[in-house]
Ligand binder design. Structure first.
Ligand code: SF4
Ligand code: SF4
Length: 463
């Protein structure tokens, strides 16, 4: 049976037996899924390009300022201490991808993966515009080097380079802000070598990928594509060929033939160069081009569409279809647990950090008068959008505290260290000198509910 889950270890469709690459030149296709994808690509590219222009609370909506360890996400501010929260973000994305694959196969690859979005939404469209449809491209590529071939190839690659540079600079703006990018491009690259190297490196990678490597990234590099067979089951919705209806293939007028007329349109439109009639394969990125192509052929023949369609392997074999199945319950339970833990963790996120730390060096000092002194510092980090003023006072009676800076104002996502000197006079030293608690109150101006107490243990000789 051809319709079965793909197996790891299969060779790729674009690799010839002698190891050479089989260049894929997908033909143009029209249809409902193609239109849906085009609109989706346009929307995703627009979101990608417009987001750096949007500001919320005086900061870009998405700004990952790695150099200053400040991160702005849709009005929320984070600093390096909040990095652990990214675990929930990345594990949540991974989990959603697993669920989406189990339910709808490689829908992510076909509709939303940046590789597909930019390749199909930008670079292939440029190629089609300059070099024409598939048949002309193949003929020109196989032909001699003519003026027509040279100028078209040159213009195409210049357009590719410009597009790659644009995509890379937009990407850079998520890390240095849009004004930062505008400023950098007007200055000498030697003044910002890291950012320049990143932008050029990314643009180079994108150009190489979208101009030459293309589907090879999905077929060879991407680990997600290799994992699909373990994430899916026979009830996952995939792009599949209805073998029962299509076989045996034959001419349209042959009364004994199945619905497939062997026109190969489904193969020529495939961006990874596979024949979906050979069953579900690892190389299928679920783009649905073959559905639209075959529906068009069926329409011209006056036959029902859906010879290639979205269906489960069970559905394609005429068996009962199941959407609700045990793994779905498992995903719902795991998703609910993950959401609950993430919400709880986010609620526990504070608007500022306050830690009482012992200063490096000797744990205590005995003065000439016999008094014992400990040196601490309070490390304060303001995680609010704007400036914040903190007031610091001692709550300790049996330890004398000197707080040189009892009030301090800190900028957004800035931090400061305030030294604190704790002293126990000689006459007050007794067996419980060590173990006395240094207690300090930190109050945030205008937010009494955020008042916190930080503590440390006083150390003395013999304890
Ligand atoms: S497009 Fe449809 S009819 Fe043509 S070869 Fe493919 S499955 Fe057969
Ligand atoms: S087989 Fe069909 S759905 Fe899969 S990649 Fe090729 S055209 Fe897209």
């Amino acid at each position: 049976m051809k319709n079965q889950l793909p197996v790891l270890g299969q060779t790729t469709s674009s690799l010839r037996r002698d190891g050479h690459r089989n260049w894929v030149h997908p033909a143009d296709v029209k249809g409902r899924f193609t239109s849906l994808r085009r609109w989706g690509f346009a929307a995703l590219i627009a979101i990608y390009a417009v987001t750096p222009w949007i500001t919320i609370g005086g900061h870009p909506a998405v700004f990952l300022d790695i150099a200053r360890r400040k991160f702005y996400l849709f009005g929320a501010t984070f600093n390096a201490q909040d990095f652990w929260l990214s675990f929930f973000l990345f594990s949540g994305i991974g989990f959603l991808l697993i669920v989406a694959t189990a339910l709808a196969g490689r829908v992510w690859c076909g509709y939303a993966c940046p590789q597909t979005v930019f390749l199909e939404g930008v670079f292939r469209r440029i190629e089609r515009l300059i070099e024409g449809p598939r048949s002309k491209r193949i003929k020109r590529n196989a032909g001699p080097m003519t003026f027509d071939k040279v100028w078209r190839k040159t213009v195409k690659h210049v357009a590719f380079v410009v597009s790659a540079l644009a995509v890379a600079h937009i990407f850079l703006s998520y890390f240095v802000s849009l004004p930062g990018v505008f400023e950098m491009v007007q200055r000498n690259p030697a003044e910002h070598p890291e950012a320049f190297a990143w932008a050029m490196g990314m643009a180079g990678l994108m150009y190489g990928n979208f101009a030459f490597f293309r589907e090879q990234l999905c077929l060879i590099v991407c680990p997600y594509g290799r994992l699909q067979s373990v994430l899916m089951d026979n009830d996952s919705i995939i792009v599949g060929y209805d073998e029962k209806r299509g076989e045996p293939r034959g001419k349209a007028k042959d009364p004994d033939a199945g619905a497939c007329v062997s026109c190969s349109r489904c193969v020529t439109v495939c961006p990874t160069g596979i024949d979906i009639r050979e069953g579900l394969q690892l190389d299928c990125i679920g783009c649905a081009n073959c559905i639209d192509a075959c529906d068009e052929v069926m329409g011209k023949l006056g036959r029902d569409p859906g010879l290639i369609r979205y269906d489960s392997l069970n559905g394609l074999e005429g068996k009962a279809k199941r959407f609700i199945r045990p793994r779905l319950f498992m995903y719902v339970v795991l998703g609910a647990v993950g959401l609950a833990v993430a919400s709880y963790s986010l609620q526990g996120r504070t608007v500022y950090e306050a830690n009482l730390l012992r200063q490096p060096g000797a744990p205590f000092v005995v003065t000439d008068d016999g008094d014992v002194r400990n040196a601490f510092e309070i490390h304060l980090v303001n995680k609010l959008e704007g400036d914040a003023t903190f007031r610091i006072r001692s709550l300790t009676d049996d330890v004398e505290l000197v707080i040189p800076l009892a009030e301090v104002t800190i900028g957004s996502l800035e931090g400061t260290h305030i030294p604190i000197f704790a002293t126990v006079l000689q006459e007050d030293l007794d067996g419980r000198s060590a173990g006395r608690e240094v207690r300090i109150e930190v109050a945030l101006d205008g937010a009494p509910e955020e008042t916190r107490v930080v503590t440390a243990t006083f150390l003395a000789p013999g304890n």
